[in-house]
Design a protein around this ligand. Structure first.
Ligand code: 13P
Length: 253
């Protein structure tokens, strides 16, 4: 299975910074590693990155999208706009959108469905809050997010869908799930996706881990058999640390 690493820049970065990042990635040989690499910069930066992204062997993605193609939706961005800007991927259900912007499971589902239907590849982000974990509700919460997003979703397959398990308490905090905990959740997610009986083959589905992944903890996390890559925030802003994470797996050499 080809690993997949995402650099989610969130609300950070400039055109100049992104061009420099891609040049540095290319200089470090990013175009010849076997894992798939995707950069999710701010929307405004996307159109300027195409050529550099090709040289770096990185695909581009949008951090979000809206479920209509055009119309009176102030501030939103459509799949067509993303594609025109050079994006092939999108994120759906990132915890910052769920918990800072109040996106419900229903909204995440609509976005995922729209993006996949219009030919983009999607990363569905799921994960529990610290309180939910402390209440022993991690499995219930994550399974609920998986079911709401994927149940009966005919557009999804293991070719166009990746799931990112990002425990919310681990994002940007320096805390990470232990590799054992992460592996256990990834196995459960695979099982739940299989239980849905849709077109997404659970064995082929790639599941990334996200939440304070850094060069010094990546090898341990990524050594687990059900962890197929990482979705990286802070440590993806610098090409050196992002590349060190990619290179921490045998296939990233
Ligand atoms: P950090 O790597 O900064 O914890 O962010 C993870 C994340 O939210 C990636 O989508």
């Amino acid at each position: 299975m080809r690993r997949v690493f995402g650099a989610n820049w969130k609300m950070n970065g400039t055109v100049a910074g992104a061009l420099e990042f891609l040049e540095r990635m290319a200089g470090m040989g990013s175009s010849s590693v076997s894992p798939e690499l995707v950069l999710f910069p701010p929307f405004t930066v996307l159109p300027m990155l195409r050529e550099s992204a090709v040289r770096a062997g990185m695909a581009l993605g949008g951090q979000d999208l809206f479920w209509e193609e055009s119309g009176a939706y102030t501030g939103e961005i459509s799949t067509g706009m993303l594609r025109e800007a050079g994006a092939e991927w999108f994120l759906a259900g990132h915890s910052e959108r769920r918990h800072v912007l109040g996106e419900s499971d229903r909204i995440v589902r609509k976005k995922l469905e729209k993006g996949l239907r219009n030919g983009l590849k999607g990363i569905l982000c799921v994960g529990e809050l610290r309180e939910e974990r402390e209440e022993g509700r991690t499995e219930e919460v994550v399974r609920g997010q998986i079911d709401a997003a994927l149940s009966g979703l005919e557009e999804a397959s293991a070719c166009n869908l990746v799931v990112a398990y990002e425990p919310v308490w681990a994002i940007g905090t320096g805390l990470t799930a232990t590799p054992e905990e992460a592996e256990r959740m990834h196995r459960l997610i695979r099982q739940w996706v299989g239980d849905l009986g849709g077109a997404v083959s659970p064995e082929e589905l790639r599941i990334q881990y996200g939440g304070s992944v850094k060069p010094d903890n990546a090898a341990d996390i990524l050594s687990r058999p059900s962890i197929d890559g990482a979705l990286v925030g802070g440590a993806s802003l610098q090409a050196d640390s992002f590349m060190a994470i990619v290179r921490s797996t045998p296939d990233g050499q």
